[in-house]
Design a protein around this ligand. Sequence first.
Ligand code: LIP
Length: 283
Amino acid sequence: MSDPAQFDPAQPDPAQPDPGDLLELACRLAVNAGDQIQDMRAAVMSGTPEAETKSSSVDLVTAADRAAEATIVAGLAKERPHDGVLGEEGASRVGTTGTRWIIDPIDGTTNYVYGIASYSVSIAVEHEGTLLAGAVYDPAGEVLFAAARGRGATRNGHPITAGSRAELATALVATGFGFVADRRRGQAEVLLALLPQIRDIRRFGSAALDLCSVACGQVDAYYEKGLNYWDYAAGRVVAEEAGVVVGNLRGGPPDPGFVVAAGPLLFETLADALRVQGADDKP
Ligand code: LIP
């Protein structure tokens, strides 16, 4: 499942920065970028920001995505100039400290373009490949999810914990869909088989917020195939620190192939139901 065991809060690596200090910076940068994208959204008088496309005609990117990533990168250059950076919109810097920041400046860009209040700024930070902290900020709802390894997870400063549901039949499950038709067809086939087995499905449109929703019990589980690392990195830390099991369908940590997140009593039941459908073998 997840690999938080790599990080031992009782015996941190002396060369490793303090997860709490990293989290403080991640939160500050996420809220600042969130305010920036909200201002840019409000300035779009026509109600729909201009958007370009990336991997397909429905994979959108806006000037706000790019501006927010640039703002976050500038903040990191000022405060942590020797760290590495990986951003969805192209930011890429090899650092010298072993610490790397993973940025999704707007997770849920489609919702942002359409004015649907379900998008977030997601900033995670890892040291030597182990995630240490994550901040996910929902600027429309002014909700900040935050977590540092070994120190729990919070929603607007209040501790959060995963739900304790065990039965799939009463589980509210979130998911998401890719941008390419063949993948969406396979994802729909899995959903067709799963939906009669669960309470209901929710599709919020931001993987980072989906993972945080599991962390605070707003849904019982989440799964998605084909995410990018920047989509789930910060939400994974929040979820795991809230007691959520986060993994793939092959007994390992989450990866772009597949992300599953659920409370400890539900995880394997959901994973089995997805494996039966060959959910991570489809296009
Ligand atoms: C989005 C993810 C979401 C997925 C969308 C898209 P983006 O990220 O957060 O879970 O279903 O297809 O990938 O592209 O808005 O940063």
